[in-house]
Ligand binder design. Structure first.
Ligand SMILES: C[S@@+](CC[C@H](N)C(=O)[O-])C[C@H]1O[C@@H](n2cnc3c(N)ncnc32)[C@H](O)[C@@H]1O
Length: 395
């Protein structure tokens, strides 16, 4: 399918859904009772996202929020409430039927919120060429849209262009655990279902990083569909357009606390747990932002940590037999590579098969936020318990 054909098909599909109020799509967890208190049903019933705009939790009054593929406007209206009457929300969508519904309801929402005028503008445009000024957006959100765009890398570059230095994004989208094969890529129906255009998690995060975003990491992950053994799942990711580090930083060293034994950041710097690593002002900015901040101690002079220091963290597998049940772990940032204390090296977005003991380790607090875990076993598995070598991992 050509890019033009994809765009036409997707636009027709969502225009039809909006005009019929068809129910479709994916795992969302909105507080509908709260949204119903100020957003008309006409908008709520055409909510076609695949995540909740978790990033909106970080919104401060007065900020400017951009929603890419705003549809009927559900996330724009929630953003409108959160930024307050002095903030601004811009929704961009390519489909007239969606824009008409969103624009019609903007005044109703403003009145329900007690605002003198709506602070939401809905603009017609494409995700890969947005009618938005350079460097003007504090927070970019998008809910189940970028998978529908034929050229995602162009969308990621557009996002970076419009973000303010110091801005951030939080987007929910569908990704796959392996490259979507050509027979699905050319299936028009499945484009509209947010499947054919799904990138792998690895390509998705790499595309964001290549566009210039840093600290790209997972916020939430939910399974969606399995088609011909390909696992499609919804992820919510956040990342930063860091401002230039103009002031000299008081921090010259970073020491990894754990629980990872070793990590490599997006700039290619490797950090070994407990060993101070010299850093520059840009690294200091990144490593002091969530979620890196909780894994590092930043200091003015070198700091060595050992396992007696309360800041040192390590999580070891149980000394017991393990079983293989079909689980795979995908590191989902903010590191491009990370190692645990049981001989596993995880590479960003690449599925690694793990046994039950490693699953238990990765489900602990220090590791869990950074991994998407899938089960590729097609049925209940009853594998025999395996005893690992005493000095190494079994995986
Ligand atoms: C799955 S719906 C999601 C709508 C909204 N974000 C929500 O959560 O309800 C996808 C929306 O993205 C729009 N869209 C899809 N591809 C687009 C593109 N390349 N550029 C602009 N809008 C696009 C569609 O018109 C549709 O309104």
């Amino acid at each position: 399918m050509s890019s033009d054909a994809i765009i036409q098909h997707v636009s027709d599909r969502y225009a039809k859904a909006a005009s019929t109020g068809e129910q479709m799509c994916c795992p969302t967890t909105y507080d509908m009772a709260q949204l119903k208190s100020f957003i008309p049903d006409e908008v709520l019933k055409i909510s076609y996202g695949c995540g909740t705009p978790a990033g909106l939790r970080t919104v401060r009054p007065g900020e400017t929020v951009l929603d890419i593929g705003s549809g009927g406007g559900i996330d724009c209206f929630e953003a409108s409430r959160l930024v307050g009457p002095n903030g601004l929300v811009i929704g961009v969508d390519m489909t007239d039927t969606m824009l008409d519904i969103a624009r019609k309801n903007a005044a109703v929402v403003a009145a329900n919120l007690g605002y003198p005028a709506s602070n939401v503008e809905f603009r017609k445009g494409m995700a890969d060429a947005m009618p938005v000024e350079d460097g003007t957006i504090d927070l970019i959100i998008s809910n189940c849209v970028i998978n529908l765009a034929p050229d995602k890398r162009k969308v990621f570059r557009e996002m970076f262009r419009v973000a303010k230095p110091g801005g951030r994004f939080t987007i929910s989208d569908i990704v796959a655990d392996q490259t979507v094969p050509q027979y699905l890529v050319h299936d028009a129906e499945k484009w509209g279902d947010c499947l054919s255009g799904a990138l792998t998690l690895s390509a998705y995060i790499a595309g964001m990083a290549d566009a210039g975003f840093l600290g790209v990491h997972l916020v939430k992950c939910s399974p969606w569909q399995v088609i011909d053994g390909i696992h499609f799942f919804s992820v919510t990711l956040t990342g930063y357009k860091l401002p230039p580090a103009t002031d000299p930083s008081p921090f010259r060293y970073a020491t990894l606390r754990g629980p990872f034994n070793r990590v490599v950041d997006e700039r290619g710097t490797a950090y070994q747990r407990g060993i101070p690593q010299p850093i520059g002002p840009e690294d200091a900015l990144l490593l002091s932002s969530p979620p890196c901040a909780e894994h590092f101690v930043l200091t003015a002079s070198p700091l060595w940590l050992d396992d007696k220091d309360p800041r040192w963290t390590a999580i070891f597998p149980a000394q017991a037999p393990c079983t293989w049940r079909g689980h795979y772990a995908l590191l989902a940032g903010p590191f491009v590579e990370a190692a645990d204390d049981d001989n596993h090296t995880y590479r960003r977005g690449e599925p690694l098969e793990i046994c039950s003991k490693t699953l238990d380790v990765l489900q602990t607090e220090g590791y869990a936020p950074h991994f998407a875990i899938l089960n590729r076993a097609g049925q209940q598995v009853s594998g025999a318990a395996v005893t690992c070598a005493p000095d190494g991992g079994c995986c």
